[in-house]
Design a binder for this molecule. Structure first.
Ligand code: GLP
Length: 235
């Protein structure tokens, strides 16, 4: 695991954006795993600014988001579909058919999970996956206790995760369930970059640094992968 500390969120974001842009320049048919949350916002902003200059960045790129709320319409301001449109997809030349998120409104959610997992495999698997880190160590929406060989599936969100995301649902209707790719799916990504920014993450960083691999701290599964970079910033 390659640890890279940064003094500011800005420098972390610039580095993450460069990693992303270099990857898709080297291989224009790259397959990316993409996160939501606050930590990647600076990275997306930088990517959008860079692509505004060279507006052919994402033409043949395929993306798969890590997760999406269940029972939340795509048009809802709190959905990850809306987040991705607002922060990336509406500003770059990605083909919407290549920008994948699980459909949290699918009539059969289990079938939707199987379809999503198959779609990732059909695209040749994830080349590079960016992850955020939940305070309880979750990656995607893989909460503590998730088996490391888990696949895309419906999950119940913990109270702490619901509280952390409550501000995006001001009507108080914070979703209870989500679809997430599994830890097994994540570990099959050829490379992984974990973005950890913010003062509230110091305990989670310390737990990860301890190298103790424990399903009660899902991010510790990343010690089982040979190409993980962790970008940290305490602010
Ligand atoms: C949500 C997302 C995760 C993300 C986490 C941390 O729960 N589903 O994928 O990593 O939030 O978000 P933040 O970067 O805002 O701390």
């Amino acid at each position: 695991m390659n640890w890279q500390p940064f003094d500011s969120n800005k420098s972390l974001s610039i580095h993450a954006a460069e990693t992303l842009l270099n990857s898709i320049q080297t291989n224009p048919r790259f397959v990316l795993g993409l996160p939501t949350g606050r930590s990647p916002l600076g990275m997306y902003e930088r990517v959008v600014n860079e692509c505004a200059r060279e507006y052919r960045c994402f033409r043949d790129v395929t993306t798969f988001n890590l997760d999406e709320y269940a029972g939340v319409p795509r048009q809802h301001p709190g959905s990850y579909f809306t987040y991705m449109k607002r922060h990336l997809f509406d500003h770059v030349d990605i083909d919407p058919r290549n920008a994948h998120l699980p459909d949290g409104m699918a009539p059969d959610l289990d079938a939707e999970c199987a379809r999503y997992e198959n779609e990732i495999q059909a695209a040749g698997g994830l080349d590079l996956t960016f992850l955020g880190l939940g305070r309880n160590g979750h990656i995607g929406f893989n909460e503590p206790g998730t088996p490391f060989d888990s696949r895309t599936r419906v999950v119940e969100l913990t109270a702490s995760t619901r509280a952390a995301n409550a501000e995006f649902f001001p009507d108080g209707e914070v979703p209870r369930r989500a679809i997430t790719i599994g830890i097994g799916t994540i570990l099959e990504s050829r490379a992984i970059v974990l973005l950890v920014a913010g003062a509230g993450k110091s305990d989670a960083i310390e737990r990860l640094r301890s190298r103790r691999v424990d399903p009660e701290f899902p991010a510790s599964a990343l010690w089982r992968h040979s190409d993980v970079t962790v970008l940290t910033c305490a602010r």
